[in-house]
Design a protein around this ligand. Structure first.
Ligand code: C2O
Ligand code: CU
Length: 479
């Protein structure tokens, strides 16, 4: 089915932009892809709006709203959108989790030039997979995302599990200063070298403790996106029957009951089905680490229809991604080091570097200190300033052997591909799920595998945005 859909897409006008098209050589057919309204403009600009519990918060926003508009398209459709930069800084958009052609990946200097203030860049690509994704800048990311630039991208299934409501909850935290404004201490050394920038004000879709009202008997699909710079959530919604049907856009093998804390690191998504099986008020809480924090509420009104509880939902359907060929794979260690309270692994001579950078910062450039490393190297500055960590011919399987030699959590994000999680701490997993972001706890190891079928230069990095800014990243090339 997927091959069929792709053939249809490749025959359309978007041909040069799509992965898999150049090689297919299939004869054009009359079926053109359905495109989202052509020429849609998304404007990134400076606004003052009600957000994070403040009536008048100066933010950076897409189309004047934070989070940005939910972009909803169907699988196989072409997303066609011109980003207009009305910010004082350059920017780009990265389509987190979407298997885009390399030129559409939004990584400045690596896949496209940064979009300068006043300029426009057109993103145009077909959406190969249904699921919950999100979009955010990849330039000055710790600052731009924290100031409010992030939004959800929902790609609808051909045959979604039937529900009465389909909602996105984009989770975030904000660090406000004494005047109730976004604190401008981006790239602070303490944040960069510890857990990243955590904010004291938690929000769902930019609001503090919003309430979602359901009627008894309704079935809800809830799409959770963690858009926080650094905060890991351990989520619970007690009192209503709920199931996990997808992670990072990829459907679960079978619906799993959601009855314990659901760990969601920065960049990660989870799709849940929630049944409004009884009247009342129910609360989404975060129980990561110490204490608990309230995020949002669900109210259920009315009397549930009698009879037995609704059967567990079936997960979303999905065409399988290419299965990794493990025996013939390229094995690539990824050793994460550095940070405070760690076991070494700081990049060479960080203190000299730090002094040099402080100098530069006084001269106006904003960047972090190099305190994290991947295989001993800090990925700092321009993304094209580093040779690829590894090169792999298109079609070959890669096994990434990740080892977290630090005292901190790291959600490791791979661009351009989904990866199959094979094992954790040497234990093979009985269900090996697909992910685009893999959360490593302190000292954790994990092995993932993927078929490197998307040509180009791709990042793999920690999605604690301050950790990436502090060097925790690398680039690989599919040739
Ligand atoms: Cu969501 Cu490279 O990022
Ligand atoms: Cu990290």
């Amino acid at each position: 089915h997927r091959r069929h859909a792709l053939a249809a897409i490749c025959s359309g006008a978007a041909l040069p932009l799509l992965p898999g098209c150049a090689a297919s050589g299939s004869a054009p057919t009359a079926t053109a892809p359905a495109a989202a309204p052509a020429g849609r403009v998304l404007r990134a600009g400076v606004h003052t709006t009600a957000a994070a519990g403040q009536a008048q918060l100066p933010v950076w926003a897409y189309d004047g709203q934070t989070p940005g508009p939910v972009l909803r398209l169907r699988r196989g459709e072409v997303l066609d959108l011109a980003l207009h930069n009305a910010l004082p800084d350059p920017t780009t958009i990265h389509w987190h989790g979407v298997r885009v052609p390399n030129a559409m990946d939004g990584v400045p200097h690596l896949t496209q030039p940064p979009v300068a203030p006043g300029e426009t860049f057109r993103y145009r690509f077909a959406l190969p997979d249904a699921g919950t994704y999100w979009y955010h800048p990849h330039w000055g990311t710790p600052e731009q995302v924290e100031r409010g630039l992030a939004g959800a991208l929902v790609v609808e299934d051909d045959a979604p599990p039937p529900v009465d409501r389909d909602e996105v909850w984009l989770l975030d935290d904000w660090r406000l200063d004494g005047h109730g404004r976004i604190a401008e201490d981006f790239y602070g050394f303490h944040d960069v070298s510890h857990a990243g920038r955590l904010g004291q004000r938690l929000t769902v879709n930019g609001q503090v403790e919003p309430t979602l009202a359901l009627q008894a008997g309704q079935r809800l699909r809830l799409r959770l996106v963690n858009a926080a710079n650094a905060r890991i959530f351990a989520l619970e919604l007690a009192g209503l029957p709920a199931w996990l049907i997808a992670r990072d856009g990829m459907p679960a093998e079978e619906a799993v009951a959601w009855d314990g804390p659901l760990l969601l690191g920065p960049g990660m998504r989870a799709d849940l089905i929630v049944d409004a099986a009884q009247a009342g008020r129910f609360t989404l809480r975060d129980r990561f680490g110490r204490g608990e924090r309230v995020l949002a509420h669900v109210t259920v009104d009315g009397t549930p229809p009698g009879g037995a509880a609704r059967p567990a939902p079936r997960p979303a359907t999905h065409d399988p991604l290419p299965a990794p060929a493990l025996a013939d794979a390229l094995a690539q260690p990824l050793v994460f080091g550095g940070g405070m309270m760690g076991m070494g692994g700081w990049p060479d001579d960080p203190l000299t570097e730090r002094a040099a950078r402080k100098q530069r910062r006084l001269g106006g450039s904003r960047e972090a200190d190099p305190v994290w490393s991947v295989n001993g190297h800090a990925h700092m500055g321009r993304h094209d300033a580093h040779p690829p960590l590894f090169r792999v011919p298109r079609g070959r399987t890669v096994r990434l052997q990740m080892a977290n030699r630090t005292a901190w959590w790291h959600p490791i994000h791979v661009h351009g591909h989904h990866v199959k999680l094979l094992s954790r701490n040497g234990q093979a997993l009985s269900v090996q799920p697909w992910r685009d972001t893999v959360l490593l706890s302190p000292r954790d190891t994990a092995e993932v595998a993927f078929v490197a079928d998307n040509p180009g230069r791709w990042l793999v990095h920690c999605h604690v945005l301050e950790h990436h800014a502090g060097g925790m990243g690398a680039m690989f090339e599919v040739t």
